[in-house]
Ligand binder design. Structure first.
Ligand SMILES: [Ca+2]
Ligand SMILES: [Ca+2]
Ligand SMILES: [Ca+2]
Ligand SMILES: [Ca+2]
Length: 474
């Protein structure tokens, strides 16, 4: 089917409206009544309601809403789709939500839906949420007066985080140029991939995905008629495309400030129109034959009768996140360091304020490899490492390229039971109160088991004594 870019948004809206969603427990909610949205398309000028959610003890998942609104001031031309709210989380993240996918209606309109915002957050959320209500088109016959009043609207915070599908993990995609992958699909099959991007597609950075090169995906229907859709790690459908590529092939393009790149054949130009991708988020891409249906919650299905190989291409100028690696010796540890956690900080040379922090698990031989989750500006940095009861070590003035630095090795002094980065009386107290206890005993404290032999005894005391009075690096 041929639906080029302009139809894409309408298709997305229609499919999302068909979503059938299962919700987990409602953990908190708020109801607003008698809200008259401002006649504007500018959320900043919207009608504001504030609310602080107070329930705790859960992880924020899907947010559902429902209510009804009513035409006022003699309006008989309002569209449900005019009614929107910008919901802003206390840290500034926001989501623009259309209350209804219904077009024209008369009188009262019931609406409901769901979205994700700041999913994965754990309350308290740190302040007010802001709800900015607008009606984006001022309908006749009463232009200049509000078209509608929201009689009531309730937002429910649920703990529903959908389970990601099993998928081929492409890792962090960040090599300049084009990376191809192929998958063989049978009729009606959907193929899932997961990936991260090395950098956000802001500024000059772009990230394009397409199915160009697919030639043998055939059967009943238009040959090579692929559909692709992209979800974020919270199961939110963020983009989909059917035919923006050449012929019936598909194309998604991210990075709206990066200019444009030529399309293939009669496919659209790549211009970033699908939005912005973020670093540090796992994305899930699904590919299938036309027609595909996709809804929030990682739901994807295809009724296609096409089968064969589908090519997926990732074309980007983002680069991978900066990595730092090396070896950490945990002094006086009597066992292998496998899985021991070490906090790595990267700081501008001479500073104690990290620009990036990573917690890494050591390998059996004490090696670590930390992704900084961002692309660091090349230069000279101090790198520090701190283990649970080991003092912080520092390697000063490490030369970083944007790819990172290797061979950044540490040997960390043992004895800091209380983690305050010095071996002192507080550590002695902890060790004393656990003395004689072994793993499984109520009094056993792993932070006092300095040599890791599962008992707190004279061996640990000897380590503490030998290092007593020492300080870690700032
Ligand atoms: Ca209106
Ligand atoms: Ca297609
Ligand atoms: Ca200490
Ligand atoms: Ca011990």
């Amino acid at each position: 089917m041929v639906i080029k870019g302009s139809m894409r948004a309408a298709l997305l809206g229609g499919l999302m409206a068909c979503a059938t969603l299962a919700y987990a427990a409602v953990r908190d909610s708020v109801m607003f009544t008698n809200v008259t949205p401002t006649q504007t398309s500018n959320y900043a000028a919207g009608t504001i309601r504030l609310h602080t959610f107070t329930s705790t003890g859960y992880t924020l998942g899907r947010i559902t809403f429902g209510g009804n609104l009513q035409e006022i001031n003699g309006t008989t031309n309002d569209f449900g789709t005019d009614n929107k709210v910008r919901v802003t989380f206390p840290d500034g993240r926001f989501k623009d939500v259309q209350l209804s996918s219904v077009a024209g209606y008369t009188g009262v309109l019931n609406f409901n839906g769901a979205f994700f915002l700041a999913a994965g957050s754990v309350p308290p959320f740190g302040g007010d949420w802001t709800f900015a209500f607008i009606n984006s088109f001022d309908d006749a016959p009463t232009g200049g007066t509000p078209d509608v009043r929201i009689n009531s609207i309730t937002f429910n915070l649920t703990d529903e985080l959908p389970t990601p599908p099993s998928s081929t993990n492409l890792g962090t995609i960040g090599s300049p140029g084009s990376i191809g992958n192929s998958t063989v699909l049978s009729a009606g099959q959907v193929g899932w991939f997961q990936f991260r991007v090395g950098e956000a597609t802001t500024g000059s950075k772009y990230f394009d995905i397409d199915t160009e090169g697919t030639t043998g995906f055939i059967g009943v229907g238009t040959p090579n008629d692929t559909v692709i859709a992209l979800f974020n790690e919270f199961g939110e459908l963020i983009a989909l495309d059917d035919d923006d590529g050449s012929d019936s092939r598909s194309q998604l393009t991210f990075g709206p400030s990066a200019g444009s790149r030529a399309g293939f054949g009669n496919g659209l130009v790549y211009n970033g129109r699908d939005g912005t991708l973020q670093a540090g988020i796992t994305y899930y891409l699904v590919v299938c034959g036309f027609a595909g249906t996709f809804t929030d919650g990682f739901n994807a299905a295809s009724d296609s009768q096409l089968a064969g190989p589908v090519f997926l291409n990732f074309r980007t100028n983002v680069i991978p996140p900066t990595m730092v690696s090396g070896e950490v010796e945990l002094q006086d540890l009597a066992t292998v360091p496998t899985g021991r956690l070490v906090t790595i900080e990267v700081r501008p040379a001479g500073s104690t304020v990290p620009v990036a922090t990573a917690v890494v698990a050591l390998t059996v031989s004490g090696n670590y490899s930390a992704s900084l989750g961002m692309v660091l500006a090349p230069g000279s940095y101090d790198v520090t490492a701190k283990g649970a009861h080991w003092l912080r070590g520092k390697v000063a003035s490490v030369a970083f390229t944007s790819a990172g630095a290797t061979g950044v090795d540490f040997s960390l002094l043992n004895g800091d039971c209380d983690g305050d980065n010095e071996v002192a009386i507080g550590d002695y107290s902890l060790l004393s109160s656990s003395f004689g206890d072994c793993l499984g005993d109520p009094g056993y404290d792993a932070l006092a088991d300095l040599n890791g032999d599962d008992c707190v005894d004279i061996g640990d005391f000897a380590i503490l004594s030998a290092n007593f009075g020492l300080l870690g690096e700032d």
